[in-house]
Design a protein around this ligand. Structure first.
Ligand code: 13P
Length: 259
């Protein structure tokens, strides 16, 4: 079995602020997260903030244990694309991570799995770590096609970039029905999809599969994080609402450090 027993993967807990924030409240949140993260071995922690707050995140978090990133990126390196932001621009602000293919972008902005794969590779070209989001809707789960949907989202990247693109990479399984709904997938439901993702990558390359960091996202809170993170193929979380509350977010990071 390709579980955490074979490779000791570090946990990652990444916050996704989505379209929330304001300078004054961000300053408090970033200070609290930075000072609370001083000693947590075994877990990496990051916050993905809206573009305008990247400079603030960089200023507040530089030199500390918390990394930062963005929530989207353009697939091309530069050009006449008004309003868009390139991966190199994110790197200029010290980003380590960028989320690509979040279900909200797939649903509201029509992002296809092919476009998401292009964004993933654009981020990697400049040395950022993209976090590839995959996940099924409630309707898809109820029709029994969860694995088919997730496989399609993953395969688009493997087709475009080869399995090599997933070396030391981060994938986040975020069932759409669990995002912002308070309805968390059970640890068994999440583990089953995480194991499926790892197996699918392993069918191309076992070593890459066992090094792959697979996060769970969807209503992760301080009171359910430890149970989720204890599963062998769950390597941390992508945290929405709870990342806006310092104590809650830090408690989730601590759960990652313990498991
Ligand atoms: P919630 O944690 O608010 O459910 O959001 C999950 C998410 O979409 C993170 O990217």
């Amino acid at each position: 079995m390709l579980s955490g027993l074979i490779t000791m993967r570090r946990k990652l807990v990444a916050g996704n602020w989505k379209m929330h924030g304001a300078l004054t409240q961000n300053a408090e949140l970033l200070d609290a997260v930075r000072s609370g993260m001083v000693t947590m071995p075994g877990v990496d922690c990051a916050v993905c903030v809206p573009f305008p707050y990247l400079a603030q995140a960089q200023q507040k978090l530089s030199g500390g244990a918390v990394k930062w990133g963005a929530q989207d990126v353009h697939q091309l390196d530069k050009g006449a694309y008004t309003g868009e932001v390139s991966a190199a621009m994110l790197r200029d602000f010290g980003c380590s991570y960028v989320i690509v293919g979040h279900s909200e972008r797939r649903a509201y902005y029509g992002e296809s799995s092919h476009l998401v794969a292009e964004k993933f590779l654009a981020a990697q070209r400049v040395g950022l770590t993209p976090i590839l989001c995959v996940g099924e809707s409630l309707e898809q789960r109820e029709s029994g096609i969860t694995e088919e949907v997730v496989a399609g989202q993953l395969d688009a990247l493997i087709q475009l970039g080869g399995v090599q693109a997933l070396r030391n990479a981060v994938v986040a399984y975020e069932p759409v029905w669990a995002i912002g709904t308070g309805k968390t997938a059970t640890s068994a439901q999440a583990q089953a999809v995480h194991a499926f993702i790892r197996q699918r990558v392993a069918s191309h390359d076992g070593k890459i599969a066992s090094g792959l960091c697979i996060l769970y996202g969807g209503s992760v809170k301080a009171n359910n994080a430890a149970e989720l993170f204890a599963m062998p193929d769950i390597d941390g979380g992508l945290i929405g609402g709870a990342s806006l509350v310092a104590d809650e977010f830090l408690a989730i990071c601590r759960a990652g450090a313990r498991t």
